[in-house]
Design a protein around this ligand. Structure first.
Ligand SMILES: [Zn+2]
Length: 97
């Protein structure tokens, strides 16, 4: 859904060597679902709007939160991988004498 550019526009860091994947998406969907349903229930209890009003509010909000959240979550995962120097599985280098 959201793909990284090949390189950072500022420093030229090669993003292709990081494997962020879709791991963030499943977790994000759980959070956004809980948030949107909770807010929709609160709006329903307080204002009792017609169904179409609820749909007109929450469908765009859900889409916007998903796109924004995916960008933030994937960027956070990439930062985390970069800081920990995460790579594909590899053997530990031999101990220095
Ligand atoms: Zn950069």
């Amino acid at each position: 859904m959201v793909k990284f550019a090949d390189r950072c526009r500022v420093c030229g860091l090669d993003f292709s060597r990081y494997n962020v994947g879709d791991g963030a998406a499943a977790f994000l969907i759980l959070i956004i679902t809980a948030l949107v349903i909770g807010l929709a229930i609160i709006v329903q209890v307080l204002f009792a709007p017609p169904f179409l009003v609820q749909a007109a509010i929450w469908v765009p909000v859900t889409i916007a939160l998903t796109f924004w959240g995916t960008r933030v979550a994937k960027a956070a995962l990439l930062v985390s991988e970069h800081r920990r120097d995460a790579r594909e599985g590899r053997l530990a280098p031999p101990d220095e004498p």
